[in-house]
Design a protein around this ligand. Structure first.
Ligand SMILES: [Fe+2]
Length: 365
């Protein structure tokens, strides 16, 4: 085993106000990185502004994060932070703002870095310290070293680096109450995808499997309730949020498998929300990992306390009808992106690009 997670994580009601003093060691000037609405609507930005003011931390807000944030926007925010002499960066929101904040911390410390240098990790200076405040139950980005951004060619790439771990992360699940039902469901199935893909990763170990299976156990009931259209109460929101953190801890060790990478294609080309895009391919992954190693799959179902039909049924109940139609020519043209792809090879099964062709054709042609 090889486990590393250096982020100080606080969860629970009012955790920012309770622990803001921890941030003083990071500096007294911060730039918050958020999207236009969610950070404000969830109450998280107000809580950060209040707590930082009380702690004597000056705060500027850069609220230009969009879904599937482009690297270029992170570079722009990085220059904004550098001009304001920010000493640390605070990402507030769901996966997009949190992943963007990690890149902004890199660009703020290296304002002349270009996109190639960013992906090559040719970072002369260490990224600024990062603080993350989660407002959705899905990404787990609060506790990961992963940032998924969109490049100049409109392709999504994940970058993994120990320097992208937050110094401090806050998770107050009250913020997730303002998530719409589609956001709750899409983020919720992202939790299932992280945990399931992690379990069936070739890099899985005892620690990552413990996180992954616990994440699924915690996520299933609240997610089933959300899929039935029920409003989630505080306990269910908190349980789903905890599951998202555990999913993040699992993928830190293992990364994700082919559903995430093939899901990027649906997001890039059809605008499908990240969680829905990835979960679309989870049932197919469950099918091929069972064929590859039935005993390993049986251990998985025993550990999550549910059978394959129950898990795929839950995924199906959460997924909307995507209404996507593809031509065989389009699929053929897309296939090279999965040739030798790390996430495909990471799957604990033999998955060829021919298998991905068949999968896409079965779902969308
Ligand atoms: Fe994800």
């Amino acid at each position: 085993m090889d486990y590393f997670m250096p982020t100080r994580l606080y969860t629970g009601e009012g955790c920012i106000a309770k622990h803001v003093a921890d941030l003083r060691v990071l500096g007294d000037r911060c730039v918050a990185v958020t999207s236009r609405h969610a950070a404000k609507a969830s109450g998280a930005l107000d809580d950060v502004e209040r707590a930082f003011a009380e702690a004597g931390i000056a705060l500027d807000v850069w609220d230009g994060v969009t879904e599937n944030p482009p690297v270029s926007a992170c570079a722009e925010a990085g220059r904004f932070a550098a001009e304001r002499n920010a000493q640390f960066i605070c990402g507030i929101g769901g996966g997009s703002p949190l992943d963007a904040a990690k890149a902004v911390a890199v660009f703020a410390a290296n304002p002349t870095l270009d996109e190639e240098g960013f992906y090559d990790k040719a970072w002369e200076c260490e990224p600024l310290p990062i603080v993350l405040v989660g407002t959705t139950a899905g990404t787990g980005s609060e506790v990961t070293k992963v940032s998924v951004l969109t490049d100049a060619a409109a392709r999504k790439h994940s970058i993994h680096d120990d320097r992208l771990f937050a110094a401090v992360a806050f998770g107050d699940s009250r913020y997730t109450h303002t998530c719409s039902r589609p956001v709750t469901l899409s983020c919720g199935v992202d939790v299932l995808a992280h945990a399931t893909e992690s379990y069936f990763s070739r890099k899985a170990d005892e620690i990552s499997r413990a996180f992954a299976t616990r994440a699924i156990r915690l996520a299933m009931d609240p997610l089933a309730a959300a899929a039935e259209g029920k409003e989630l109460d505080d306990g269910q929101r908190s349980q789903l949020y905890d599951a998202s953190i555990l999913g993040g801890l699992a993928i830190n060790t293992t990364g994700t498998c082919f559903p995430h990478n093939v899901g990027y294609y649906l997001t890039e080309n059809y605008g499908v929300a990240h969680g829905f895009a990835c979960a679309t391919f989870l049932p197919a992954m469950l099918d091929c990992v069972r064929d590859y190693d039935a005993a390993y799959a049986a251990a998985f179902y025993s550990e999550i306390g549910a059978d394959e039909g129950t898990l795929t049924g839950l995924i199906g109940a959460c997924l909307p009808d995507l209404g996507i139609r593809m031509t065989t020519d389009e699929i053929e043209a897309a296939l090279p992106r999965w040739e030798g792809n790390g996430s495909v090879k990471n799957t604990r099964a033999d998955v060829s690009t021919g298998d991905i062709r068949e999968l896409l054709e079965s779902l969308f042609v």
